[in-house]
Structure formats: structure tokens, C-alpha cells
Design a binder for this molecule. Structure first.
Ligand code: PLP
Length: 385
């Protein structure tokens, strides 16, 4: 019999039915009026979701392309940037800059912890000639399930009066966790379509501040596809310099309508509540979270240590076969040590209860000493609190 899939990897997410339907919209002329008005709606709504008045740019690309675009449009070879190594994705941002010959100053953080404002302030303070051009931050490190305290980090930068541009990888936080772009003065925010926006992968969406545009004018890194300028010019008239993923633009409109209907603040609250209910269940099962500090725990994904004698692959296969529940594994140095459960996108209380119960049953079947029913009970109590 047909079974729904619980795609609980940390993105792509389960795609809600109205968005799936929109993905099968007919192809239209991407240089015509219908496309232009679709683009106009999406841009206006994205500005509200990004909490910005800055320009919105959309590339037909995965999120990583958006990260690359932020670098090559604002920097020149030899420029200094600060990058954080606190997981695969924060590391990736620095590696992209390195690939274009930026000089990367790394801040190494134990995977499972968040970069501290004092660490960042220390690096910037020692840069007395203000040679550092940009700070690369990852709001939600999906690989370790750590969310950084963006406000304190920005305050730390401002306190030492450093003029570096601030770029934020918000691939797994836009429409999940609050990121007040303009209030914090973030120069570039990057997201992808397959996380909080609940589409398949395929769009990289960026907001670009006036200061970032100023940097763009003197940037000497090579670019063609990723060039902001022609994209900005074409988007102003409702087009793109190349063929867009038209179906995604229809689907994006539906996703944004769903978000605005629920309201952004309620979307954030729902993610927070789902995350805390899931974590209560994990703790009730006697499992250990990778992230020790409550304040650093992600609203999008939870990373859990595998119990002794249980292999990731056995758990993942059992959950997939028995319950159609798909979980994620550890990446790089965390491979084989943790499993990750995504709780982002269109997810509500009954699904959380089902997910934690399936994990409990799966672990029990693999010999883990679980008391059946405890997980659902803990999650339900958290929802009722
Ligand atoms: C925080 C973060 N940054 C960047 C990426 C890369 O995005 P993409 O796989 O769409 O290139 C991901 C993907 O999971 C991510 O979670």
C-alpha cells in the first residue's frame, strides 16, 4: 500500500501538497508578463521573509552557488576574510573563498559548539589596519545542529568598530529561525529553496546591501554566471539573464503565501516548539544530544549520539524499511558517531509524535533499552506545556 514518506533529513524537506501541485505548472514564456508578475510577487514577499529592504537576487542554483556568488562579487584575490570552522557548511564558506585566492583567517571551533562573540571580536580587534574585508557566518550549522547567536556576534563586530562586511549563510535558517537582516545590518544573506521554503533544491536566494554593492564595484574575482550585475539588471524588468527554473517560481509563490498566511513569527514559534518537543523525547529515551548548550541548539535539525553498539546504517535502514522514515547521518568527522533528524518545513505536532515513536521502536528493535511510549509521552508533554 502507498505510504507517506517522512523525509526527516535536514533538507530537502517533505514538500507540502500545494507546493507539489504548483511544481507541475505549465511552462510559460520567461520573458513575458506572467513571469514578470510572478517574479515581482516573489521578490516582494521574500523581502518580508528576509526582513530586508535590500535587493533580492535569485540564481537557478543550489545554496552553495549562492555562497560562491557572495564571495566572487564582493572580493578580490588576496583579500582577507574571517571564516569559522564549526562544521561542514561553515567550513565550506571559507573553502569557497580560499578557492578564489582570498586569504582566509580561520576560527576553529569544536564541532557541536558555536563560535563565541569574544573569539570573533579578538580576531577583528587584532586587525588594526582593517584589512579584513568580510566575515563569513553560518547561522545554522546543519552538520552539527548548532545555531549561532547572530545578535551577539554582530554586536561584537560593532563594538570593536570593524568595518568588515558580514555575510550570512542562512540556507537552513530562513523561514525557520528569526534573522532580522536589516536590523542587524547584515550585508549578504544566502538561502536555498529546499529548507524553510519547502521547495526542491534549485534556487539560491540572496539579499544584497548597499555596502555589498559598493564592494561589488571594485571586486576583481572572476565571474560570469555568478555576476550580480546582469542579474540585478534583468530582475529589475522581471527577467533573468538565463533560463530560470520556471516551475520553482510558481512553487515559490505558493510557499511564500503559505508562510505569510501562517505568519513568519508563528512559523518560527512552530519550529522552536517542534525542536524542543523532539529533544524532550530524545532525552526521555536516554540518548545524548551532540550540542550541549540549550541556547546553541538548532530549530531545524537535532544531532544525536548513536548509542553504543548501534550502527548508523542499521538504524537508518530499519527506520526506512519499517516506517518510511528517512534520517540523516553524521558528516566528515561525525560520520558513524551521530544521526541527525531534520524538523524543518511543513511539520506539525502529530508528525513529531510519529517520528520520535518510530525512532524509539527502531532503537528498541536494534537492542537498545528503550521503554516504549516514553518518547511520545515526553513530546506530548512538551507540546502541552
Ligand atoms: C547551512 C548550509 N549551508 C550550505 C548548504 C549547501 O546548500 P546546497 O546543498 O543547496 O548547495 C547547506 C545544505 O545542506 C546547508 O545546510
Amino acid at each position: 500500500m502507498y505510504r507517506e514518506t517522512y523525509l526527516q533529513i535536514p533538507g530537502p524537506t517533505n514538500i507540502p501538497k500545494p507546493i507539489l501541485d504548483a511544481l507541475s505548472s505549465k511552462a510559460i514564456n520567461h520573458r513575458g508578463e506572467e513571469y514578470a508578475s510572478l517574479m515581482d510577487f516573489n521578490i516582494r514577499s521574500l523581502k518580508r521573509v528576509f526582513k530586508t529592504e535590500n535587493d533580492i537576487l535569485i540564481f537557478p542554483s543550489s545554496g552553495s552557488g549562492g555562497l560562491e556568488a557572495s564571495i566572487v562579487n564582493t572580493l578580490s584575490p588576496g583579500d582577507k576574510v574571517v571564516a569559522i570552522n564549526m562544521g561542514v557548511f561553515s567550513q565550506r564558506y571559507g573553502l569557497i573563498a580560499q578557492a578564489y585566492d582570498a586569504e582566509v583567517i580561520w576560527i576553529d571551533v569544536k564541532w557541536g559548539e558555536a563560535v563565541k562573540p569574544t573569539q570573533l571580536a579578538g580576531v577583528l580587534e587584532s586587525d588594526i589596519n582593517h584589512e579584513i574585508k568580510a566575515v563569513l557566518l553560518t547561522h545554522n550549522e546543519t552538520a552539527t545542529a548548532v545555531k549561532i547567536d547572530m545578535q551577539s556576534l554582530i554586536e561584537a563586530i560593532n563594538k570593536v568598530n570593524h568595518p568588515a562586511l558580514v555575510f550570512v549563510d542562512a540556507v537552513s535558517s530562513i523561514a525557520i529561525s528569526d534573522l532580522p537582516t536589516d536590523k542587524l545590518g547584515i550585508d549578504i544573506v544566502v538561502t536555498g529553496s529546499q529548507k524553510g521554503l519547502m521547495l526542491p533544491g534549485g534556487l539560491a536566494i540572496l539579499s544584497v546591501s548597499k555596502r555589498a554593492w559598493e564592494a561589488q564595484r571594485s571586486s576583481e574575482m572572476p565571474k560570469w554566471y555568478w555576476d550580480f550585475k546582469p542579474l540585478q539588471e534583468r530582475m529589475r524588468v522581471g527577467q533573468m539573464p538565463y533560463t530560470p527554473v520556471i516551475s520553482h517560481f510558481f512553487a515559490l509563490k505558493v510557499a511564500l503565501e503559505l508562510i505569510e498566511e501562517e505568519t513568519l513569527e508563528v512559523v518560527f514559534e512552530r519550529h522552536k516548539k517542534n525542536a524542543s518537543a523532539l529533544r524532550s523525547a530524545i532525552k526521555a529515551m536516554g540518548l545524548q544530544l551532540l550540542v550541549k548548550k540549550e541556547s546553541e541548539r538548532s530549530d531545524a535539525v537535532t544531532a544525536i549520539h548513536l548509542p553504543d553498539n548501534i550502527q548508523y546504517q542499521s538504524l537508518a535502514s530499519l527506520l526506512a524499511d519499517e516506517f518510511n522514515l528517512i534520517i540523516g547521518g553524521g558528516l566528515q568527522e561525525l560520520k558513524g558517531k551521530i544521526f541527525r533528524v531534520g524538523h524543518l518545513g511543513c511539520l506539525h505536532k502529530p508528525e513529531i509524535i510519529a517520528i520520535v515513536s518510530a525512532i524509539e521502536m527502531g532503537l528498541y528493535k536494534l537492542g537498545y533499552d528503550a521503554v516504549i511510549g516514553e518518547a511520545a509521552k515526553a513530546a506530548a508533554h512538551e507540546f502541552l506545556a
